[in-house]
Design a protein around this ligand. Structure first.
Ligand SMILES: [Zn+2]
Length: 183
């Protein structure tokens, strides 16, 4: 997996595509949390669930169906009328994209097993042909030389694009506001 923070950052970058001034900050935090949730599946390792199992790491929780279900659940439970600045469908789309971005990033890493995008319907594990992100060592080995290499690849391939997207979203909102003030 890319490091968990990097998943959050990719969700925040995606948030820029949905950004409106009225949207409360908590919505972006929720998106970031959604992007981290799939890796809760690592509890399967101590429970003895094999990596390649449907419920193993990068299995069901990394699928598109899981992303859709999580988004639908959150909107259905808490945001039936949407949030300020985002209708329920748009909000659902953002939460889906944030959650699904996790598997997409994992499929761009150079290690482990691939991602079961189509679980529970098929448990085939996919990687993209383009895999620039180095897989993060799990747990305490993180702060090793290898950890730094991982961070470097994540900075380049996730953080920089996410920051550019966020800057673009911010400028778009600012331009809209300036336009409103001038009118
Ligand atoms: Zn993952």
């Amino acid at each position: 997996m890319p490091t968990i923070l990097t998943h959050a950052v990719s969700a925040l970058g995606l948030g820029a595509l949905f950004h409106r001034r009225e949207v409360p900050g908590g919505i972006w935090v929720l998106g970031a949390v959604c992007a981290m949730v799939p890796d809760l599946d690592v509890i399967g390792f101590p429970l003895g669930i094999p990596y390649g199992h449907l419920l193993g790491h990068r299995g069901l929780s990394h699928s598109l169906a899981f992303a859709a279900a999580l988004a639908a659940l959150l909107v259905g439970l808490f945001y039936r009328r949407g949030a300020p600045g985002l209708g329920p469908w748009t909000l659902g789309l953002f939460l889906f994209a944030a959650t699904a971005s996790h598997g997409l990033l994992d499929a761009c890493t150079d290690g482990g097993l691939g991602v079961a995008f189509f679980a529970p319907f098929a448990n085939h594990r996919f990687f993209f042909p383009f895999r620039p992100i180095e897989v993060s060592p799990i747990g305490r080995h993180f702060f090793s030389g290898r950890g730094l290499e991982v961070l470097k690849s994540e900075l380049l391939w996730v953080w920089v694009p996410a920051i550019l997207l966020a800057a673009w979203g911010w400028m778009k909102v600012k331009a809209l506001r300036d336009g409103q003030e001038a009118a």
